[in-house]
Write a protein that binds this ligand. Sequence first.
Ligand code: C5P
Length: 230
Amino acid sequence: MGVVALVPAAGRGERLGHRMPKALVPVGGVPLLARAVRGLFEAGCVRHVVVAAPPSDVEVVNEVTAPLAPAGGAVHVVPGGAERSDSVRLALLHALRELPGTTIVLVHDAARAFTPPGVVKAVVDAVAAGHPAVIPVLPVADTVKQVDAGGVVVATPDRSALRVVQTPQGFDARVLLRAHEAGGHATDDAGLVERLGVPVATVPGHPDALKITTPFDLAVAEALLVGGQA
Ligand code: C5P
């Protein structure tokens, strides 16, 4: 079973308010990207990680991540693209070209730096058990409204049927390649796979796998460290 994790980390992360790419912003002195990559390796089933870095920061990303690889594994750093989906596609093509034998691919945002290794393992196990696409999800705590362009409510979807989606998302490598070849815009990779008509299964996510986007999220992440949860 060849499991490779792709980490799109090429975003500028302007909403975080730092003068550096979000992936390199430290929490408790350790860059978000380093924490995310470490969590992937700690799951025990990932030996190779391909990081899509901001093109101007390939070297520094390499320095930050190379020491994290386990024996027999490696971190590969490639320049990312203009959009998240471009970064994923570039990392995927690198993995399929340089790591023959890759059968399962995970896509994991660097911004979800505190994802517990158990979530990574649950996703890999579900793909290995035969699901072509698997995503970690959480129930929705708030009521969600659909609004029109003027902000007027047009619908209230049944909350019990809604889920918040996290990463890593896991795929049969051929399915993810087909989805990216078909192209189109989606905010996550499962969205591209759904358009192929391929079923997407779910496993339980974890609150610690929050996406660190704003200064508030960063404060929550620091608090997780202080609380000894991460
Ligand atoms: O901007 P957003 O928070 O949605 O980005 C999600 C992830 O995609 C981040 O880890 C970010 O670094 C990555 N990304 C990327 N290439 C881009 C834009 C975002 O790898 N061009």
